[in-house]
Design a protein around this ligand. Structure first.
Ligand code: GTP
Ligand code: MG
Length: 195
């Protein structure tokens, strides 16, 4: 279903986004968390979204169309120290307003590197999503970097934290390298998009 996804447009500010029609699911997370890679993995395309070893690669809101009215949104990564303050503040404001006001946003994938969960900015994103009751699903990315037992322990630890602090959110393991969690993430997208 997601294989025919194609690039739609980029936005540098909220007024450049497509009109509020249809449904969107957004991918948010720290720079380098693996957002663009996850988008490519979930759409079975090698280079739909640009990935990079250099953090801060995605500096626009990039929108991809699964089919008319159904969009995946690659948000700029946050938390990259070398970004100038003015740019960082601009994007923090854009991200918060996008998450809090975008009507067609039906779900949020929050990506956290399994080795570094819950950066303060991750918590900020979860809070903004929580404010409006936005369905949020955490992808613990790069799970291939840990052995199976360690990955399961990390998953359970994040589950416990979410249960006590952010009960609206769910979580799963994900890896673009070995495809862990692809079916589970697709199932979540299907629910949000009403397939
Ligand atoms: P920004 O656009 O800078 O915010 O980064 P991003 O979150 O889009 O990250 P991106 O997908 O570009 O990936 C960053 C780096 O992590 C790249 O070097 C990827 O190859 C690597 N990476 C992404 N996913 C995985 C994964 O599942 N496993 C491993 N081992 N590496 C990954
Ligand atoms: Mg990216």
């Amino acid at each position: 279903r997601y294989r025919h996804t194609h690039f739609l447009t980029s936005a540098n500010a909220l007024h450049q986004l497509p009109p509020e029609a249809g449904r969107e699911v957004a991918f948010a997370g720290r720079s380098n968390a693996g957002k663009s890679s996850a988008l490519n993995t979930l759409t079975a395309q090698r280079a739909l979204a640009r990935t990079s070893k250099t953090p801060g690669r995605t500096q626009l809101i990039n929108l991809f169309e699964v089919e008319p009215g159904v969009r995946l949104v690659d948000l700029p990564g946050y938390g990259y120290a070398k970004v100038p303050t003015a740019v960082r503040l601009h994007w923090q404001q854009v991200l918060s307003r996008y998450l809090e006001t975008r009507q067609v946003l039906v779900g949020l994938f929050l990506l956290m590197d399994i080795r570094h969960p819950f950066n303060p900015l991750d918590r900020q994103m979860l809070e903004w999503a929580g404010h409006r009751g936005l369905a949020t699903h955490v992808l613990l990315t790069k799970s291939d970097k840990l052995k199976r037992g360690a990955a399961m322990a990390a998953l359970q630890s994040v589950q416990r934290t979410l249960a006590s602090e952010l009960p609206h959110a769910s979580v799963q393991l994900f890896s673009s390298h070995d495809r862990t969690g692809v079916d589970e993430a697709h199932a979540r997208l299907d629910v949000w998009f009403g397939y």
